[in-house]
Write a protein that binds this ligand. Structure first.
Ligand SMILES: [Zn+2]
Ligand SMILES: [Zn+2]
Length: 300
C-alpha cells in the first residue's frame, strides 16, 4: 500500500489551501494538486515553487516560480503571488520562469490583469519574467547552486517539465589517488582539479500524456519524480489521451519498462476530482508494478 501523506475524510471537499507535505531528507515538498481545481508545489529549502494554481501565504517568501503551462488550474495565481509580495513590502522581486510558447501571452495577460485592477498603463511595471526554452539549462537567479533543465512534454497545449539539479564539484579522475599534500600543492599551482557536475534532485512532469514519461526518461535519474496520474478507471484511457493526461495503466506500463533506476520516490498528483480517496488508493495498490509500489506516494 502506498504511504499516505495526511488524513482526510473519505469523500473530502477539496480545499486547495489545505496543503499536503512530503518530507525528504533535506527538504519538504508541499502544496496541492487536483485536476482542474488547482496545482502548486513549494520547496522552501530550494527556494522554488512549481506552478501557482493557488497562492498560499507560505509561497510568498519563495523567489523562483517555474510555470509548467498556462492552464488556469496551474497559472491562475501567478500575479497574486507578485501582488501579495508587493503588499507585504518584500524588497526582492520574485522571478517567474515562463515557457517560451506562452511567454508573450503571459506578459499580455499580466498587463491586462493589472490594468483591470485599475492601474494606469503608465504606472504598469512588469514583474520579472524569464523566457524558458526547451532543453535549456539555467541557473536560478537567487540560488547559484541550483540549475534547472526545462523540457517539453506532450499535453493539450504547450507544456514543460522541469528537473532541478544541485551544482557540485567532483575531483577529476586523474587526481583520485592523490594524497592530501599533492592536492594542496596542485591547488596552489592553480591546477583545475575538479569537474563541475549536476546532481538531479527532483523532476516535475506537469500535465502530460504518459508517453512523455518514457520520451523524457532522464527524469528517472532524479531521486524524486513528481508526475500526474489524472485518470484511473479502465475505460478512461481514450479520454486521458484526448485530454492530454496520464492514465494509470499507461504509467504502469512505463514503470515496467523503466525498471531499476535512481528514483526513490514517485509522487502521484493531479487526480481527477471525481475519485474518492479510497478509490485512488485501491487502484494504485493494484496497478503500480511491485518494484515501484513502496516508492509511490499519493499527493493527497
Ligand atoms: Zn492541470
Ligand atoms: Zn493542463
Amino acid at each position: 500500500m502506498p504511504e499516505t501523506l495526511c488524513t482526510k475524510g473519505e469523500n473530502p471537499i477539496h480545499n486547495a489551501l489545505r496543503q499536503v507535505s512530503l518530507l525528504q531528507n533535506r527538504w519538504t515538498l508541499s502544496g496541492f494538486s487536483i485536476s482542474g481545481l488547482s496545482t502548486y508545489f513549494q520547496i522552501p529549502e530550494l527556494d522554488i515553487c512549481v506552478d501557482m494554481g493557488e497562492c498560499p501565504l507560505s509561497a510568498l517568501s519563495i523567489n523562483h516560480i517555474l510555470l509548467t503551462h498556462s492552464h488556469g488550474d496551474h497559472s491562475r495565481c501567478l500575479m497574486r503571488h507578485n501582488s501579495l509580495r508587493k503588499m507585504m513590502q518584500n524588497p526582492t522581486p520574485a522571478i517567474y520562469y515562463i515557457p517560451d510558447p506562452v511567454y508573450d501571452l503571459a506578459h499580455n495577460m499580466i498587463k491586462a490583469e493589472t490594468l483591470f485592477e485599475g492601474v494606469s498603463e503608465e504606472r504598469f511595471e512588469s514583474p520579472e519574467l524569464v523566457r524558458v526554452k526547451p532543453y535549456e539549462y539555467f541557473t536560478l537567479q537567487e540560488r547559484k547552486d541550483l540549475d534547472v533543465l526545462a523540457f517539453p512534454v506532450k499535453h493539450s497545449i504547450p507544456a514543460f517539465g522541469y528537473t532541478i539539479f544541485a551544482k557540485k564539484k567532483k575531483l577529476k579522475k586523474e587526481y583520485l589517488n592523490c594524497g592530501q599534500e599533492q592536492i594542496v600543492a596542485l591547488k596552489k599551482n592553480g591546477t583545475e582539479i575538479t569537474d563541475n557536475i549536476q546532481e538531479p534532485l527532483i523532476s516535475f512532469m506537469g500535465d502530460c500524456l504518459g508517453e512523455s514519461l518514457w520520451e523524457e526518461r532522464h527524469i528517472w535519474n532524479s531521486p524524486v519524480v513528481v508526475c500526474e496520474c489524472t485518470f484511473l478507471d479502465t475505460d478512461e484511457e481514450g479520454m486521458a489521451r484526448k485530454k492530454g493526461h496520464t492514465h494509470i495503466d499507461h504509467l504502469a506500463r512505463i514503470l515496467s519498462k523503466v525498471g531499476s533506476c535512481n528514483c526513490e520516490k514517485l509522487v502521484l498528483t493531479h487526480f481527477s476530482m471525481k475519485y474518492s480517496k479510497k478509490h485512488i488508493f485501491e487502484v494504485i495498490s493494484e496497478k503500480i508494478p511491485s518494484e515501484f509500489r513502496e516508492k509511490t506516494v499519493v499527493f493527497l
